[in-house]
Design a protein around this ligand. Structure first.
Ligand code: FES
Ligand SMILES: [Fe+2]
Length: 392
């Protein structure tokens, strides 16, 4: 799991007057709206004596702790400590703040930036360019899987599973001439994308069949932005398109919350929404039953422990991106996190941008796998040693 990316926390419509707890990257985050209706995301652990802020109430512009009533504003600053009596806002200790994460509400989702990068350096939120555009309609759904998000994304990118996992899209290996094409990969700053042609069987659902009504190949493809957000484009005909945007949020290493926005420029009447959602859910289920049983649960640490084929090229590329973000020092040391949870004497916080500007935080920042910058063109130490030996 990686810090320094945007993660979808919840649908905007779910956050009303009460605070809400969401678990992301193995940490609890509290969401709440201030008096102006602006959404905020804070580390959920109260720095006084550890209560869960999402169990408290929203008062004015603050979320209040259920244990001793401390007030925290949207920037994570303590605004009131009731035990100190009137005027406590002027006697808040310097360490009286918790991590507050940048929030953006877009496409009906609350996106939270979990990391400490300054605004100019942050990767983007996965864009949904068709959202709200004339000629397009969207449906939404969400679900939770007992699976590792990297396995999910690899499945979403994998062009070779459709034939076998989705009878809706493939022939279950019955066609003698079946072969996966070689995708042309387009690199994007935080991932890549590709499109491929597929031979698809006739669609059973009469409404979807009406939309497809075309003899040519089905053009479809996927791409990812960051470790856990991706898109899938399905072109039923050269002009009738379904574009899906999938915002996956690792709850922890073994559970994933998935938010799906499905855009379509065909079958626009509202009564079709139900059919689209039913079909999307059925297709997701076809994936889930396979993915939740993969072994090991996470991808193996070495690629030698799998026998990858040319059709797995996109899997390689995705893992290369993850390796790059690991080298940058953005990967959470989940082993350290797990040990702390087992001991039960330590809670961490995901570092927020304010940690780069101020020192003195009550909670320790979550341990990260140390960064390992690649030194290009440098001489390996072993070569220097031989040279030293040779020169006596
Ligand atoms: S634990 Fe939150 S106010 Fe005491
Ligand atoms: Fe699938």
């Amino acid at each position: 799991m990686y810090i320094n990316f945007w993660y979808a926390a919840d649908w905007s419509h779910n956050l009303t007057t009460a605070p809400r707890k969401v678990r992301m990257l193995g940490h609890d985050i509290v969401l709440f709206r201030d008096s102006q209706g602006r959404a905020h995301a804070l580390s959920d652990t109260c720095i006084h004596r550890g209560a869960s802020l999402s169990e408290g109430k929203v008062k004015g512009d603050c979320v209040t702790c259920p244990y001793h009533g401390w007030h925290f504003n949207g920037e994570g600053h303590v605004r009131k400590i009731p035990s100190l009596g009137p005027g406590s806002e002027n006697r808040v200790p310097q360490r009286g703040r918790i991590d507050a994460y940048p929030v953006e509400e877009r496409y009906g989702l609350i996106h939270v930036f979990l990391g400490d990068l300054p605004a100019a350096e942050r990767p983007p939120i996965l864009e949904v360019p068709e959202y709200g555009q004339p000629g397009w309609r969207h449906t939404i759904m969400d679900y939770a899987w007992e699976s590792n998000y990297e396995r999910n994304i690899e499945n979403g990118l994998d062009p070779a599973h459709n034939e076998f996992v989705h009878p809706t899209h493939g022939y279950s290996g019955e066609k003698e001439d079946y072969k996966v094409g070689d995708p042309t990969i387009e690199n994007t700053p935080w991932g890549f994308g590709f499109m491929l042609n597929f031979q698809a069987p006739p669609i059973k659902n009469p409404v979807m069949r009406w939309a497809r009504n075309y003899d040519g190949d089905l053009e479809a493809g996927s791409g990812h932005v960051g470790p856990s957000n991706m898109w899938t484009k399905i072109h039923l005909t050269p002009t009738r398109w379904i574009h899906q945007y999938i915002f996956e949020t690792p709850i922890d290493e073994y559970h994933t919350k998935i938010f799906l926005i499905c855009m379509r420029n065909v079958l626009l009447p509202t009564w079709v929404d139900k059919i689209v959602n039913k079909r999307n859910f059925a297709i997701a289920e076809q994936d889930r039953v396979v993915i939740e049983k993969l072994k090991p649960v996470k991808t193996p640490p070495s690629r030698a422990r799998e026998l990858l084929m040319p059709a797995d090229k996109v899997i390689y590329l995705y893992r290369d991106s993850l390796d790059e973000w690991t080298r940058r020092g953005w990967r959470i040391d989940t082993e350290a996190l797990r040990k702390a949870a087992e001991r039960g004497d330590m809670v961490y916080a995901i570092p927020s941008p304010a940690r780069r500007e101020t020192r003195g935080w009550v909670l320790e920042s979550v341990p990260l796998v140390p960064a390992s910058p690649v030194e290009t063109g440098s001489t390996p130490l072993s070569a220097v040693k031989s040279a030293v030996k040779a020169s006596g």
